[in-house]
Design a protein around this ligand. Structure first.
Ligand code: NAP
Length: 313
């Protein structure tokens, strides 16, 4: 570590201690969880990057913003960034980009230190509409470029959207382009028709829907898998699941932390969302333990190979 980074590290560590103390206070005030899972001794957070197929580096753990809006969204994003999150995930259809933008501004962190993702919604699909949607997202987010722009769902005029996105990418307005909720045949179709291979496919993935087939398909094509709902939004009892709890007990980690560590060890980007500081800290505190092979296999055995969000299919 050079001297500059060392200094930065010390500053960050001091800040995290302060944040941890705040989380303790928040808990007494009834704002946090009842159990902090090591957050009072949160080590210096250093989130690894993965290198996308075009060389761009993307943090392997980020912050999701679906369902966050207004002041809660702004404060959550600002707080997440101050805790150490650098990847922030939003979308036109979340209708919160202006609050995400306000949170980013409030954080005071330089734009180039952040990795901002947004997504073009189905109603904006097609060449002309996607270009307008992109400019609107930029304005709302208060930025002049995006790190990653995704086609949110494989519906509507997908190829028109991709053509627009390829142009914006080649003009340098987007650092990487990708898709979301695409199945292998839909990826194939896109790759056969265009120059640029999607850098990322953001899909539902958690202990109960692991997406092993999709992952195995994407890997050799160098399409990075990113997990949405990495905690399954707690569905199917994820936060109280006894198998995850038994593994967590060994390391003094929560079911959320075991889940996020499992994503990390699989090399999959995860973007957990939380409206609570204590949970945001907890979800960052996954880099000081390692699941062994048999624990990874035990979690693999939880796969139901079925979406937990049938209403979105
Ligand atoms: N591309 C797509 O189609 C798509 C679809 C869905 C989501 N996404 C993206 O993926 C992100 C993550 O998915 P998600 O928000 O649906 O679900 P998620 O991150 O799996 O779960 C969020 C829920 O878990 C709770 N939670 C978070 N950390 C916790 C912890 N440590 N302990 C206990 N509860 C905890 C949160 O409650 P609290 O607020 O109380 O902490 C919230 O209710 C989204 O925010 C969005 O950015 C993309």
């Amino acid at each position: 570590m050079n001297q500059k980074n060392q200094k930065k590290g010390i500053k960050r560590r001091d800040f995290l201690k302060t944040s941890a103390a705040f989380a303790g206070t928040a808990m007494f005030m009834g704002m946090g969880t009842s159990k902090l899972f090591g957050a009072t001794s949160l080590p210096e957070v250093s989130i690894e990057n993965v290198t996308l197929n075009n060389g761009v580096k993307m943090p392997i753990l980020g912050f999701g913003t679906y369902g966050l809006n207004g002041d809660v969204c702004q404060q959550s994003v600002a707080d997440a960034i101050s805790l150490g999150y650098r990847l922030i995930d939003t979308a036109t259809v979340y209708r919160n980009e202006e609050f995400v933008g306000a949170g980013i501004k409030q954080s005071g962190i330089k734009r180039e230190e952040l990795f901002i993702t947004s997504k073009v919604w189905v109603d904006d699909s097609g060449y002309e509409k996607a270009k307008i949607a992109f400019e609107t997202s930029l304005k709302k987010l208060g930025t002049d470029y995006l790190d990653l722009y995704l086609i949110h769902r494989p519906r509507g005029d997908v190829k028109g959207s991709w053509k627009a996105m390829e142009e914006l990418y080649k003009e340098g307005k987007i650092r990487a382009i990708g898709v979301s909720n695409f199945e292998p045949h839909q990826l194939d179709d896109l790759m056969a028709s265009f120059d640029v291979t999607p850098a990322v496919n953001q899909i539902e993935s958690h202990a109960f829907f692991q997406q092993n087939k999709a992952h195995a398909y994407m890997k050799p094509h160098k399409i990075q898998m990113e997990a949405w709902a990495p905690l399954a939004e707690g569905r199917n009892g994820l936060f109280t699941n006894e198998t995850l709890a038994a593994i967590g007990k060994k390391y003094n980690k929560s079911n959320a932390q075991v889940s996020l560590r499992w994503h990390y060890q699989r090399g999959i980007i995860a973007i957990p969302r939380s409206s609570q500081t204590a949970h945001r800290m907890e979800n960052l505190n996954i880099f000081d333990f390692e699941l062994d092979q048999s624990e990874m296999q035990t979690i693999a055995s939880l796969d139901l190979n079925k979406t937990q969000f049938p209403e979105w299919s």
